[in-house]
Design a protein around this ligand. Structure first.
Ligand code: TEU
Length: 554
């Protein structure tokens, strides 16, 4: 496959093509494994479970892990409010633990991606603590300070413009000591940094180089497309028929996606590219799939959210895949069904099906995994999806997601961040202490230990899919073409690389039936089914059972 602006896939050596044909696993460190009994996951706990993630008969076999932020933080936004980008929060461990994690990952041929939060800091970051105290001093312009646009009749200052916080309310907070407002796209405790301040960039680039020097293999860039705002900060156009959240009541023309961002990104990417074998993935903030593809470059992936917002029907997935293929063209997308910000996909899909039973949930988890691991692009798995994890309900009294507590109507993201279920013991093998979030109620029967022992488990299916993908150039980097198999409830697509062809067929609904297979150079054989191990060879037609995904090869 030719990659624009760089060598073809075949020309990339194995060490440098992991971002192209590998599989990334997102670890939410707080919820993965706790080694010291404080109820919060940590780096030593993660290290203890690397064999589970690495290659090998009894393991998953992922190629990279992405850690959500592990830096010192007040944890008002799950660590995305950073106080020091060059250190490790003691709740997760030490820099020495991180060095050991990197070493242990590299020993297992797993790359390590850190989460860079460079759009904002915590309000407790030393830069902001000094910046808010006066309009002079070395950090005065590290943040986005603006005079009020006026004063109301009660003498209160009015915000510089109409910009909104993603979490609701104005994006401006008044600081009496400076008699100015500062911008916060997210919580008021997350002041946006000023990327137009020339003194800021060397500080950020020094931090990035520091992690590269420690052997980090790449970065996930939090809301990278919001780094630059229009210099004059004009108000955004209002949208009368706004969407479901306040953010959607404006056209975000001036508070993100600025033209100068391409140069800033190029500067950052040159630093990363100077280290062979590295890669990045940009977390696109609320923009569309075309924007994602436009920001893409070789080694520098960009998330789009089309699949994250797709319903569990063949029509929805067909449309989403067609939109992706059209927007990305020969550029290389990512595949995301779940992450730490959204309801887990098994829960979303069960809602579409109107079901709550375990058997249907497992069937959906396996069928969805088949899609995620056979579409064109780099899959990003979210911890727990490999055992079919779904959302938990967190009572408001135990809510940790500040946005959900502070903002009415905000979905409580704790629901998708439950502790990983390693075993069936009372704390699921996650901790010996009081878990920071409730252990999933079904952990006793939905856990790694129980699923490792079963050939029909969701975990077993992920392992088989990952092994199949590893052995198939077509499934890793092949071209994709949607095919019509004459049944609206069935999604089908071909993956092709050279002479190798694979066909993926997925039935979404609850009524089985036969489909007509596309004509091929030879007989199709079923190499993997999400329902069972039997893999009959087939003729020109094949029966596809309810919520079944099958992979066929010639
Ligand atoms: O999330 C930003 C975010 O929520 C949007 O990118 C949204 O998920 C996406 O556009 C799909 O609708 C990032 C972090 O992932 C989140 O945990 C933080 O709260 C936030 O930035 C602030 O750092």
């Amino acid at each position: 496959m030719a990659i624009p602006g760089s060598a073809s896939a075949a020309d990339l050596d194995a060490a440098s093509r992991w971002w192209l044909d590998g599989v990334v696993y997102q670890v939410y460190p707080r919820s993965f494994a706790d080694s010291n009994g404080d109820g919060v996951g940590d780096l030593p706990g993660l290290i203890d479970h690397l064999d589970y993630l690495a290659g090998g008969a009894d393991s998953l076999g992922v190629d990279a892990i992405w850690l959500s932020p592990i830096y010192p933080s007040p944890m008002l936004d799950g660590g995305y409010d950073v106080m020091d980008h060059t250190a490790v929060d003691p709740v997760f461990g030490t820099l020495a633990d991180l060095d050991r994690l990197i070493e242990e990952c590299h020993r297992r041929r797993i790359r390590v991606i850190l989460d860079l939060v460079m759009n904002h800091t915590s309000n407790l970051h030393p830069w902001f603590v000094q910046s808010r105290q006066s309009r002079t001093g070395p950090f005065a312009d590290f943040f986005l300070w603006r005079d009020p646009s006026g004063w109301d009749r009660d003498g209160r200052p009015e915000p510089p413009n109409n910009w909104l916080s993603w979490f609701g309310g104005s994006a401006w907070e008044w600081e009496p000591r400076r008699r100015q407002f500062y911008l916060h796209t997210f919580l008021s405790e997350q002041p946006d940094v000023n990327w137009r301040c020339t003194a800021l960039r060397p500080e950020m680039w020094s931090m990035v180089r520091g992690w590269l020097d420690r052997g980090v293999d790449g970065f996930r860039l939090d809301v990278f497309n919001a780094f630059l705002k229009a210099a004059e900060m004009p108000s955004n156009p209002e949208i009368a028929a706004g969407g479901s959240i306040p953010w959607d009541s404006q056209e975000h023309r001036h508070d993100k996606d600025q033209p100068e961002l391409h140069d800033l990104l190029a500067e950052f990417r040159r630093i990363v590219d100077s280290q062979p074998g590295t890669a990045t993935v940009g977390e696109l903030f609320t923009s569309g799939i075309e924007a994602a593809a436009a920001y893409w470059a070789p080694r520098h992936l960009v998330f789009d959210w089309v699949l994250l917002e797709t319903e569990w029907t063949a029509a929805s997935f067909r449309a989403a895949i067609a939109a992706r293929e059209a927007a990305w063209s020969s550029r290389w997308p990512t595949i995301v069904l779940s992450n730490h910000d959204h309801s887990r996909h098994v829960s979303r899909y069960m809602h579409t099906l109107g079901r709550r039973d375990r058997a249907t949930a497992d069937a959906v988890a396996k069928a969805a995994a088949t899609i995620a691991l056979t579409l064109r692009g780099t899959p990003f798995l979210y911890y727990g999806e490999e055992i079919g994890a779904w959302d938990i309900v967190v009572p408001r009294s135990r809510a940790q997601d500040r946005a959900a507590v502070a903002m009415a109507g905000w979905w409580n993201r704790d629901g998708c961040r439950a502790p990983m279920a390693w075993s069936g013991d009372e704390k699921a093998g996650f901790t010996s202490g009081r878990p920071w979030l409730p252990i999933p109620p079904d952990a006793a029967s939905r856990n790694v230990e129980q699923q490792r022992a079963s050939e029909s488990s969701v975990l077993a299916h992920y392992r088989r899919l990952l092994a199949l993908r590893r052995g198939s150039a077509a499934l890793r980097t092949g071209e994709l073409a949607i095919v019509d198999v004459g049944d609206p409830d069935v999604l089908a697509y071909l993956r092709r690389a050279g002479d190798e062809v694979a066909l993926v067929v997925v039935r979404f609904g609850l009524r089985g039936g036969e489909i007509e297979l596309p004509p091929a150079a030879g007989p199709w054989r079923v190499v993997l089914s999400s329902h069972d191990l039997a893999t009959p060879t087939v003729g020109s037609r094949v029966a596809v059972r309810p919520i079944e995904a099958i992979v066929l090869q010639l």
